[in-house]
Design a binder for this molecule. Sequence first.
Ligand SMILES: Cc1cc2nc3c(=O)[nH]c(=O)nc-3n(C[C@H](O)[C@H](O)[C@H](O)COP(=O)(O)OP(=O)(O)OC[C@H]3O[C@@H](n4cnc5c(N)ncnc54)[C@H](O)[C@@H]3O)c2cc1C
Length: 353
Amino acid sequence: MPPGSERSQRLLCVRRHLVSRGFGDGSALWQLLAQFVCGYRDIDLRDATGLGHGRLIACHARPSTRRRWVPRLLIGELAGIAITEPHGGSRVIETRTSAVLSADGYLLVSGRKCWISRLNEAAVFVVFFRDPDGRLAAAPVDAEDLGLRRTELPPSGLAGWSWGVLDLDGVRVHPDDILVGDGMLLLRNHFATYRPWVAATALGGAAAVFDSVTTILATRNIDRIRDNALITIGRTHAQLATALLGCAVAEHLASAGDCSAEIWGAATKAHGVDIAHQATVELALLAGAAGFRADSQIAKTRRDLAGLLFADGIHDSLYRSAGKHYTNASLIELAAPKELPDVETPGRISAAG
Ligand SMILES: Cc1cc2nc3c(=O)[nH]c(=O)nc-3n(C[C@H](O)[C@H](O)[C@H](O)COP(=O)(O)OP(=O)(O)OC[C@H]3O[C@@H](n4cnc5c(N)ncnc54)[C@H](O)[C@@H]3O)c2cc1C
């Protein structure tokens, strides 16, 4: 694919095409498998189907807000998410972006969000901020709002969407647009579902590398494939398959509202992406120097997987959360995703709201 905005325009076309054929919204497990298939084709296709972060709006916005955004997402527009701040994305609790109440009753939100993906392509951002009472809240913000300023940064992978800093300067948010529920619980519930999708995308990318490398080895004119290569292939196949099964379990727990879903989502994202990344590094060596060409899909997948080691939660933080959960009985209660006042039940989400 071509670089830059031409590539992101093509990706948006693919998304519009697929959602117009009914791939805009399915069950969480269906989405997981769709992510694997999309990752297999190209990790840049990770938003080709489904609502992505727009699921937060579909599940937790009031009906009028949902009616404004969900139909647009279902015809192929894209939702971004703005959580991370310069002090560190792994410490959401320290969010500094905040809102003040204006004379006309709107909230004016100001702050800086960094490392934001879909910076120029998103039609809406779900922004996390402190409400005037200091509580963590989230609301959809129209990407065309005049209070938004973008500073693009070149990523070293995952370059299908633009990426960078999103500054908010007095962005107007109607109080009715604030998503229903405590911001931290919204975030934790969302990522319980979303993180297994990320891992499945990564595993799809690694599965494609697996298939390319095994095809190269099987068709190369060599007398005998060496044992080290056979062992790597046997091991990575089992690792990729079992990591994907782990993602399916995590997704099932999230769909069922199980109290361990958040921890499963966190750990399977870290584990799935780690496995995909490590498998790709090892398999790439078996393909020889051809896999190091910048324009090879193997090299691109390695760059994209390196980005997924950070995006949607950095791994030591995710493993640490799981470790805390399993060693501290009093935290088990805290880690459980609480019942949120879902405006829409999970499953297919109607555009009508
Ligand atoms: C390609 C890409 C796309 C992204 N897209 C988005 C997006 O769309 N929206 C969004 O909001 N964010 C996005 N991010 C940000 C991503 O979620 C964050 O990078 C991630 O959450 C980690 O945050 P950070 O980079 O600020 O690292 P930090 O939080 O600064 O962490 C860096 C390291 O310091 C460690 N650390 C933290 N606290 C301590 C401590 N007290 N003691 C010791 N070590 C500590 C962490 O565990 C980690 O190892 C994206 C990132 C990338 C790379």
